[in-house]
Design a protein around this ligand. Structure first.
Ligand code: LLP
Length: 423
């Protein structure tokens, strides 16, 4: 359920704001998020775990705009981060470091130093090498680093190969069979305090099965760790719950949580979760304007002013996103390719899609663009990145200004190539 709907005029609105108004005042392409939708999704997800002590850590990578993080922090969310930049965003947005878990296979010494200095809740360690690095950093700073090992349960998440993480073949986590010795290693280190056990098997999962399978494997590991006296206080079940882009029917958060909790039973652990997409995915659209149409005799192209640099999911994962004209609905009457202006044949948002006739100047909304949308954008083809807008009832705020051409060249310099060579 989201708050993008047809308004009294038949056109597409975000809450009580017509998208036409946003486009007219802010321009295109623009990412538009709905506050009510984000809050609704967060509350539903949080409520799904209400029967146990738990912490919902929003995966910042899904949508890292400060205003969005601030909304979530105000609701009591924690955050799952994967870089120094994400940590600083969370702090700037009013997030509390003791609700931050730090994931990622390649954390650097400066990142670990900063994480320990601000006092994150937990570092999700993904290798013996990282454990040794973190131990050294912690001892140097005179602290003990709270640690959870991310264990790879070797479970097939049945999702796109680029976003599967819980198979042995993937770079993520510590192999299941190496978990016990790595915990023993951790327990012997003066700079490490073992607090948790963590897994995350992939993203956009549309079924409960793989989550349940992974939970079962982790619970048997948890029992073994508890039997050996390893003080695991929390089990981090990762993120990954899918959303409906087209015809997928992923479980509701309550159904997913119930299935996972049933496997955990009455074991005395707090549950940490790391949802990203399910909170923000359907809470955002990418608003773009049709530049022109062209026909090569075989294919009819609708060229829009957003490109793969603004939204890369179709190009990178062959992802399907609904495209809706913002104007009042009319019958589909053409089969078109909707493409961007970037110089790559992979720069398309839809191929052979049945849509109403679209004319130059018309607005189109790419739905389900709130997760892994703006955050994956780039300046390819020297295109300034889009603006971001947060709609709140009948008002909206520009929460990230559109980049300017000046922004594009920030930090670049022209060296004096005519200077004589240095002696
Ligand atoms: N925790 C960890 C350790 C993760 O690696 C991820 C996502 C999440 C949580 C959040 O997963 P979610 O609940 O959003 O599925 N760019 C891709 C998705 C990459 C996901 C990476 N990791 C896409 O656009 O589909």
């Amino acid at each position: 359920m989201n708050h993008f709907h047809r308004g009294p005029d038949g056109a597409l609105w975000a809450e009580d704001v017509p998208l036409e108004q946003v486009a007219a005042e802010v321009g295109t392409p623009t990412y538009v998020y709905s506050r009510a939708t984000i809050e609704r999704h967060y509350r539903a997800f949080d409520a799904a775990w209400a029967s146990v002590p738990h912490l919902v850590c929003f995966a910042v990578k899904a949508c890292s705009n400060l205003a969005v993080l601030n909304l979530l922090a105000r609701l009591g969310a924690g955050f799952d981060i994967v870089s120094l930049g994400e940590l600083e965003r969370v702090l700037r947005a009013g997030g509390s470091p003791d609700r931050v878990v730090f994931s990622g296979v390649g954390k650097t010494v400066p990142e670990l130093e900063r994480a320990l200095a601000v006092g994150v809740r937990c570092v999700n360690v993904e290798s013996p090498a990282e454990l040794a690095m973190l131990d050294e950093v912690a001892r140097r700073l005179g602290v003990r680093a709270p640690v959870s090992l991310r264990v790879n349960p070797d479970v097939d998440p049945k999702t796109h190969p680029y976003i599967a993480t819980g198979l042995k073949r993937n770079k993520f986590g510590i192999p299941y069979d190496a978990a016990l010795p790595t915990y023993e290693d951790a327990m012997g280190r003066a700079g490490i305090e073992v607090v948790g056990l963590d897994f995350h098997i992939g993203s956009q999962l549309a079924e409960t099965g793989p989550f349940v399978e992974a939970t079962e494997r982790m619970v048997s590991l948890l029992d073994e760790l508890h039997a050996r006296g390893v003080p695991i206080r929390h089990l981090d079940v990762g993120g990954g719950l899918g959303i409906t882009y087209r015809a997928e029917a992923p479980p509701e958060p309550a159904e997913y949580a119930a299935a996972v909790l049933e496997r955990i039973g009455d074991r005395a652990v707090e549950i940490v979760t790391e949802p990203g997409r399910v909170i923000v995915g359907n809470a955002g659209v990418l608003l773009t304007r049709c530049v022109l149409t062209k026909d090569n005799g075989e294919t009819r192209f609708v060229v829009v002013d957003a490109g793969m640099n603004d939204a890369i999911r179709p190009a990178l994962y062959s992802a399907w996103h609904d495209l809706e004209p913002v104007a009042p609905p009319r019958a589909a009457s053409a089969v078109v390719d909707v493409v961007g202006p970037v110089c790559e044949s992979g720069d398309f948002f839809a191929r052979d899609r049945e849509l109403p006739e679209l004319a130059a100047g018309e607005l189109v909304a790419m739905r389900s663009a709130g997760a892994y949308g703006f955050v994956m954008s780039s300046n390819y083809n020297s295109r300034p990145r889009a603006a971001e807008v947060l709609v709140d009832g009948d008002r909206y705020h520009v929460v990230r200004a559109r980049e300017t051409v000046e922004d594009l060249m920030r930090g670049e310099t022209l060296p004096d190539l005519d200077a004589p060579p240095s002696a």
